[in-house]
Design a protein around this ligand. Sequence first.
Ligand SMILES: Nc1ncnc2c1ncn2[C@@H]1O[C@H](COP(=O)(O)OP(=O)(O)OP(=O)(O)O)[C@@H](O)[C@H]1O
Ligand SMILES: [Mg+2]
Length: 296
Amino acid sequence: MKDETPVLHVLDVYKSYGDKLILDNIDLSVKAGELCTLVGPSGSGKSTLLRLVLGQELPTEGQLLIDGEPVGFPDPTRGIVFQRYSLFPHLTVLENVCLGANLAAGLIERRRRRREIRDEAMGYLERVRLGAHAGKYPHELSGGMQQRVAIAQSLIKKPRILLMDEPFGALDPDTREEMQVFLLELWDESRMTVFFVTHDLEEAAYLGTRILVLSQYYTDDRGAGAQRGAKLVADYRLPRLAASTEVKREAGFAELIDRIRFEGFSPDHLQHVREFNLQHPDSFQTLTSREESAWT
Ligand SMILES: Nc1ncnc2c1ncn2[C@@H]1O[C@H](COP(=O)(O)OP(=O)(O)OP(=O)(O)O)[C@@H](O)[C@H]1O
Ligand SMILES: [Mg+2]
């Protein structure tokens, strides 16, 4: 059944830059409607993994599939929102959002559909509550508003998966929290599939229906001389409690964050690769023959 096909499927993916191994046999399956957050120490390869899903870069080895099809060059099946600089400064808010649709449509269709695209873009601007600001330029908006335009610009392409790389990282704490609540409301309405990278554990635990931990801090039996990259060392299913930010103050929330910090962020506490905390029902881990032979 089509519904059973994961939106994103990553199998035995390795990524090296030069002779430096960054991602080390990543396996991941994400179902439709999941709001997946990815955390990990700086430099563990979170953005690298996102770029592979986007198709901006190729894996050194392994496979990435969107709806069962191999990932190609960036196309409208994947939307992306970066920390900043997603908007064109010389275009109005409305034009910026239209551009998202324009890039997705061909030239002839674009001419024919100009009016339609503008209406559609206005619809998305209303959804991100910026209808009243359509004629402004990006520099006339606050950081949070600019990021909402960037989200609208991505959503108009109707991506199968929305990729976000530290989208709220440049915002002040209050605006950041407002944007978190906003994203959850948007997700509640649409149940879109989201893959959200952040190095803020609290943000990840608050937003995610699933939280993945990518880390270079683990141990295995490959010996001291082996080249190691980051692996997914933990994978949790989280209860989607409420959009209220009150949960951030609860004891269970702080405990989860402490545990994740321990599992992925502490160079002194190395978990063995066979004992990763892969609790999510879709989680899986295949060992390659190279790894198996090191363990037998
Ligand atoms: N184009 C590149 N060429 C060479 N090395 C790269 C390239 N891109 C990333 N790297 C290296 O790959 C590693 C992972 O980088 P990446 O940006 O994916 O980490 P990250 O987890 O997103 O970190 P941060 O939390 O700081 O954003 C880093 O050591 C980085 O220096
Ligand atoms: Mg990054």
